[in-house]
Design a protein around this ligand. Sequence first.
Ligand code: ADP
Length: 496
Amino acid sequence: MSRYLIALDQGTTSSRAVVFSEDGKVIASHGEEFPQHYPKPGWVEHNPDDILRSQVSALRETVRISGIDVSEIAAIGITNQRETTLLWDRTTGECVANAIVWQCRRTSHEVDKLIAAGCGDTIREKTGLIPDAYFSGTKLKWLLDRYDLHERAERGELCFGTVDSFLCWHLLEGRPHVTDATNASRTMLFNIHEQKWDADLLRMLDIPEAVLPEVIDSAGPVGILNPSVLGRRIPVTAIAGDQHASLFGQGCVKPGTVKNTYGTGCFMLMNTGSTPVTSKNGLLTTTAWRIGGKPAYALEGSVFMGGATIQWLRDEMKMLDHAAQSEQIAESIKDTGGVYLVPAFTGLGAPWWDQYSRGTIVGMTRGTGRAHIVRAALESIAFQSADLMNAMARDCGEIPLRMQVDGGASANGFLMQFQADILGIPVVRPGVLETTALGAALLAGIGAGIYADTAETTRVWQADLTFSPRMEERAKETALRGWHKAVEKARDWCEH
Ligand code: ADP
């Protein structure tokens, strides 16, 4: 009998499900979008019922179109948008409020208070994170404060969870209150070295331990899917945050391997093995995954404006009909004629961390036209990614042999070639671009005993295209020098 693995991929704008064969081929996939709520400027929420309903519906539809029999599903893995925070009643399951989404900035002042109180270094050392409203800790504190729930939380009447936890509690038999080590690592409450909730951090944020889920491995028994979902009991054997699953799905299981996802923003993760590397260059340290009780670690950095820069050219500048057109326009000229675009629309992340920089175009002449700007925009995505990669290489003391890529904008051949040129290492695009879902499915395969170990899962990974560097060293250095000069022009622009 065939055995299939299913990934539930609960993302920020849609819930997806993908059926994979054991050898990592996509048999069927289907996603459903759900509404975003912006109750105030800077606030972002999801209705928990929408998350649940869209995920169940995506799963049922994917299984239906795949044509497989439910009895052939060996296991399910869950991957999810990270940091998004939910709080629900342990008896009724009802959430006390909408989910506070990772993008939501409502707790910025809480983070400022923590930093002013001198907690920054402790948070950094214990969690590997830079204190920020992005992570779940202050979001949970906000919910407990706002709805006066500290005593109920203390009595164990409430459950906190990220989306993985929430899905497990609602969809699995016996309502397990669990999360995995990758999701826990993004809460700002979890000690990544000791791999447990940290009493000091809980005290700092005034969070009772009784509200927290049990932290389990990323691969291994999680629970059994309720038969009400697909008409049969199916083991759930993996949980991992989306970027962690994508690193795994890219086969980056050895120290020094790295992947970059080119979506709205770019997310780069480098596997650092059993050692959590502390960055001196503004990167985050995180649990890559935990299997058999053993954590693997990663360095993580992100670019705020990746594919979104191309969206901006399309929607605001009206320079493109569609994102893919940028490739042909960029290739219609031989270079940008010295033009650089720094898309610091919302500031610059690692390694600059300058929230006061703003979008800048420099080097324009009378001859500058649309093609130069489009090409400079694509190049900016590669330059920003190169800055991240170089920061990682400095932290680890070695340059990776290659970089694996995925995400919407990795379809752009010009961008991928330029990326290889500017990094000086090959850029490799896999056959299966659904690497997040693939990672969750492969982890589920390990959890279900289908694959003996991580090494065995890497056999399903297949390169589709390799972009080899072909730019001369001097040209590369000149380009990077120009980019860094442009970044300086963009920095510290806003009054503050
Ligand atoms: P997300 O998961 O963040 O929504 P996706 O992985 O779906 O993002 O990628 C979408 C992003 O990639 C958009 O910002 C879009 O502008 C960009 N994009 C998609 N196709 C291309 C392309 N061929 N060239 C450049 N950018 C692209």
